[in-house]
Design a protein around this ligand. Structure first.
Ligand code: SAM
Length: 179
């Protein structure tokens, strides 16, 4: 089980980036995103994507990151904090993969120092500053060894891959009538 904990979301500034963290989490194989803080519209938007595009991805808000992180550890889960100051991804990814239940923490602006202590691994996706969206995408892709890209979400909407055209299949909801 893989959960992404998004810290430091500022509703007035981070809407797009946090939405992208959620979209990447879902598309690249995570099971859930927890938003530390409150932005109901954003959470609903991501839930709506899941509903239409399929899969079991869940999104919810939490009042604070501490309770979530502690509960996760208390139930035997491990924590990875993605940070440009961390150790190389290649050094720990095999160990992380074998941990099973992993919470992946990504920040926005500055991350509280306690995060570095509570994390089992502080991992750098390289040591240059870039983005939580990019860091998360590469982390999940290495964790799932590329397999996540072939997953079938069995959504109501599905893209039929095409070299040239946009082909999208949209099924009607079963409870909408004839099906
Ligand atoms: N200076 C900030 C800090 O103290 O970490 C960087 C903030 S950065 C815009 C937002 C988030 O992107 C970070 O909290 C981290 O999760 C992620 N991030 C950025 N560069 C990264 C890297 N090289 N490796 C891993 N994560 C990174």
């Amino acid at each position: 089980r893989v959960v992404v904990l998004r810290l430091g979301h500022r509703p007035e500034r981070d809407k797009r980036v946090t939405t992208h963290v959620g979209l990447v989490a879902r598309a690249f194989g995570a099971d859930e995103m927890i938003l530390a803080g409150r932005d109901d519209k954003l959470v609903e938007g991501l839930q709506d994507v899941s509903k239409r595009w399929g899969g079991d991805f869940r999104v919810r808000s939490a009042d604070g990151w501490k309770g979530e992180a502690r509960r996760w550890k208390g139930s035997g889960g491990r924590i990875v904090h993605l940070t440009m100051y961390g150790t190389p991804l290649s050094e720990s990814i095999d160990e992380i993969r074998s941990a099973g239940s992993v919470m992946v923490i990504v920040g926005a602006e500055k991350v509280p120092p306690e995060i570095y202590d509570i994390a089992d691994w502080n991992v750098g996706v390289g040591n240059q500053p870039h983005s939580e969206v990019a860091a998360l995408a590469i982390f999940l892709d290495r964790l799932f060894m590329g397999q996540e890209l072939g997953r079938n979400f069995q959504g109501r909407i599905e893209v039929f891959p095409s070299p040239r055209y946009k082909t999208v299949i949209e099924r009607r909801d079963e409870d909408e009538g004839d099906g």
